[in-house]
Design a protein around this ligand. Structure first.
Ligand SMILES: Cc1cc2nc3c(=O)[nH]c(=O)nc-3n(C[C@H](O)[C@H](O)[C@H](O)COP(=O)(O)OP(=O)(O)OC[C@H]3O[C@@H](n4cnc5c(N)ncnc54)[C@H](O)[C@@H]3O)c2cc1C
Length: 274
């Protein structure tokens, strides 16, 4: 392939090359992809819950070509071979085996990442930029609030499993079917509520209604909240403006938006300052 030329003169990025070891249905609408990360030296042990950028190969790209592609800044690549980027969460990283689990919402073939995961099999490959650091680095709250839809179960699960064992709080999970419930190694003081919302493309305010109706706890509240951006905007407004939570205690983030692909969603977020 002559689409990459004069590689030594191109601006570089540090893409890691990952191969698929295993794919399994974690629940009906969630696929767990276990990846082998040979260039693991730069990864910290504590990256569960950190986000990363996945670089998805264009159809027909060979592994050797892709290894070169992911080391080059995208603007220097022709559109024919430029990998599509999507944002995902490290669910588990095992440094001893150099394995990483990433959980993909299986929302069909309308998105390249979901579609890639549905077709992935041992030997499939992708690239990775990052990871960043986990969303909550210090746990100091009197009470924790976790809220997530399916896309944010990985960050919520990783956060819950990192909490101190004596942590108290509430987790609200909105999932597509009853069978999409997952089990977490959660502190016993964390109350978990599951809500079923069968069509994620229809907006839901069930989480907000739940929060409005509950008795609000006293003391410092830390949050880990993520999901569909329309709802997240309302949750942020409620928690920051009406409940006066301090911004530094809150992680509240839109992970996708009904009707928008990730790049459009990113542009939308910038206009909202979210
Ligand atoms: C920090 C961060 C961490 C994230 N971690 C994860 C993770 O670990 N696992 C995960 O599954 N997602 C995660 N997401 C969300 C993921 O990046 C988006 O869902 C992304 O749009 C998926 O890309 P795609 O190529 O499948 O679909 P796109 O091409 O972006 O979108 C195609 C269509 O699918 C719709 N769509 C996108 N996501 C969903 C969804 N979850 N459910 C239903 N419809 C959808 C879009 O609205 C659009 O109509 C994370 C997002 C962020 C910002």
């Amino acid at each position: 392939m002559n689409l990459i030329s004069k590689i030594d003169n191109l601006k570089k990025q540090n893409g890691h090359f990952l191969t698929v070891k295993q794919v399994r249905s974690l629940t009906p609408n969630m696929l767990r992809v276990t990846l082998h990360c040979p260039s693991v030296a730069g990864f910290d042990a504590g990256i569960n819950g950190a986000h990363c950028k996945l670089l998805l190969p264009q159809a027909g790209t060979s592994a050797d070509t892709f290894k070169q592609i992911i080391t080059i800044q995208p603007n220097a690549l022709s559109m024919e071979i430029r990998p599509i980027r999507r944002t995902y969460t490290v669910r588990y990283f095992r440094s001893e085996t150099k394995e990483m689990d990433i959980d993909f919402v299986n929302h069909g073939d309308d998105g390249p990442a979901s579609s890639w995961a549905r077709q992935a099999e041992p030997g499939s490959f992708l690239g990775l930029l990052g990871p960043a650091s986990p969303k909550i680095k210090e746990f100091y709250a009197d009470w924790y609030l976790v809220a997530a839809d399916m896309s944010a179960l990985p960050v919520a699960g990783a956060t819950i499993e990192s909490m101190p064992k004596n942590a108290k709080g509430l987790a609200i999970f909105e999932i597509t079917t009853e069978a999409d419930k997952q089990s977490f190694n959660a502190p016993t003081g964390l109350e978990i509520h599951w809500m079923i919302h069968s069509d994620p493309h229809v907006s839901s305010i069930a989480q907000l209604s739940f929060l409005r109706e509950m008795d609000w706890p006293k003391g410092t509240v830390q949050t880990c909240i993520a999901g569909e951006s329309g709802l997240i905007k309302q949750l942020r407004h409620y928690l920051i403006t009406e409940k006066n939570l301090r911004k530094q205690d809150t992680y509240i983030s839109g992970y996708w938006k009904i009707g928008l692909v990730e790049d459009e969603h990113r542009v939308w977020k910038n206009t909202q300052n979210a």
